[in-house]
Design a protein around this ligand. Structure first.
Ligand SMILES: CCCCCCC/C=C/C(=O)SCCNC(=O)CCNC(=O)[C@H](O)C(C)(C)COP(=O)(O)OP(=O)(O)OC[C@H]1O[C@@H](n2cnc3c(N)ncnc32)[C@H](O)[C@@H]1OP(=O)(O)O
Ligand SMILES: NC(=O)C1=CN([C@@H]2O[C@H](COP(=O)(O)OP(=O)(O)OC[C@H]3O[C@@H](n4cnc5c(N)ncnc54)[C@H](OP(=O)(O)O)[C@@H]3O)[C@@H](O)[C@H]2O)C=CC1
Length: 285
């Protein structure tokens, strides 16, 4: 793993060769859509699915970032393509799914990794800032889920959704807007896991702990320095930890799992705390 001022976490060269327990080629013929697929976790997830033989459809807002990861994956002889779509735009999302079905005639797995937030004391949230985080993480994830489910229903095909959320129950402070949004996604996922079971659609969530990616750039160096001490393992996780969890739940290994939340945080939900805005003196002993 490398850390430079430009990049946290894995490079494409790392992801092309990082060891995995999953069999290369075992998902040949399948199509997997990864939103936020040019980000740290989404990129690792797209690489792992592609190495397993699936075609990885990668989406994000930045055309250049999406093109870079598609180029890196296809240069290794693996299957990937990219699309620019803002998950907050329901019409754009619906058109995106039309395109995916027109190009591939199927979709097997959707991983929603597009998301993010900024650190701020909740009492200071502006309306615009609150709406940006809720729209991205709750509404955007929902638009993707619903568009995927409609396609699976209309085609009479099964499908599987994995939503990447955050740990909402303990220890993550300074991002109350995202806790609200992700709690909504977790509840929504459990609810539609039941509603959509008759359609053959599974819906699960993965809650990462501190995972070193470029997403960390929104936090101060002081806040970032504390993240590895936010769990009893006293270290950060990596994007591959989350990618392998997404594959487990999204793929055939998870065929009897739905409505589940898999927390991958080194035990941080049981011990430890993360103050994204810095720990207030009040809590210091
Ligand atoms: C126990 C677990 C430990 C975990 C530790 C780590 C915790 C979690 C880490 C991660 O999740 S990192 C990976 C995710 N990546 C990011 O979070 C990247 C940065 N975030 C985003 O890009 C967000 O998606 C976004 C900020 C919602 C982007 O949306 P949008 O592009 O619409 O935002 P902007 O146009 O930039 O801003 C809109 C609006 O939001 C307010 N705002 C934005 N940034 C800040 C800030 N730093 N401080 C205060 N307010 C902010 C603001 O009102 C913006 O409007 P304007 O003022 O710009 O008009
Ligand atoms: N890293 C960590 O420690 C943790 C991460 N998470 C969550 O995991 C997910 C992935 O995080 P990570 O990979 O680390 O973060 P990154 O910031 O590296 O990646 C997030 C990706 O989401 C995309 N994105 C953001 N907003 C939108 C939007 N409106 N429409 C489409 N794409 C969008 C971005 O694409 P673009 O740049 O093109 O806009 C970006 O590539 C996020 O939901 C994050 O909050 C949860 C807990 C901890």
């Amino acid at each position: 793993m490398s850390e430079t001022p430009e990049q946290f976490g894995f490079t494409d060269a790392d992801l092309a060769t990082h060891p995995t327990v999953y069999a290369e080629g075992s998902l040949a013929g399948q199509v997997v859509l990864v939103s936020g697929g040019a980000g740290g976790i989404g990129r690792a997830t797209a690489w792992l699915f592609a190495r397993m033989g699936a075609h990885a459809v990668i989406s994000g807002r930045s055309e250049g970032k999406v093109a870079d990861v598609v180029k890196a994956i296809t240069a290794k002889g693996l299957k990937a393509s990219g699309h620019t779509v803002d998950v907050r735009e329901p019409e754009g999302v619906a058109a995106f799914f039309d395109t995916v079905w027109a190009e591939h005639g199927r979709l097997d797995i959707l991983v929603n990794s597009a998301g993010g937030q900024f650190p701020q004391a909740a009492i200071d949230f502006s309306v615009k800032g609150w709406n940006a985080v809720i729209n991205t993480n709750l509404n955007g994830t929902w638009f993707m889920m619903q568009a995927a489910a409609r396609k699976w229903r209309d085609a009479g095909r099964p499908g599987s959704i994995v939503n990447v959320v955050v740990v909402t129950t303990h220890g993550l402070y300074g991002v109350a807007h995202t806790i609200a949004a992700r709690s909504g996604v977790i509840g929504l996922s459990k609810s539609v896991a039941v509603e959509w079971a008759p359609l053959g659609i599974r819906v699960n969530c993965v809650a990462p702990g501190a995972i070193e990616t470029d997403g960390w750039k929104v936090y101060t160096p002081e806040a970032r320095a504390a993240y590895p001490r936010s769990n009893p393992m006293m270290r950060a996780g990596d994007a591959w930890d989350i990618a392998e969890a997404c594959v487990y739940l999204g793929g055939p290994t998870g065929k009897f799992v739905t409505g589940e939340l898999l927390t991958v945080d080194g035990g941080g939900q049981l011990w430890g705390e993360t103050w994204t805005t810095g720990k207030p003196d009040y809590f210091k002993t």
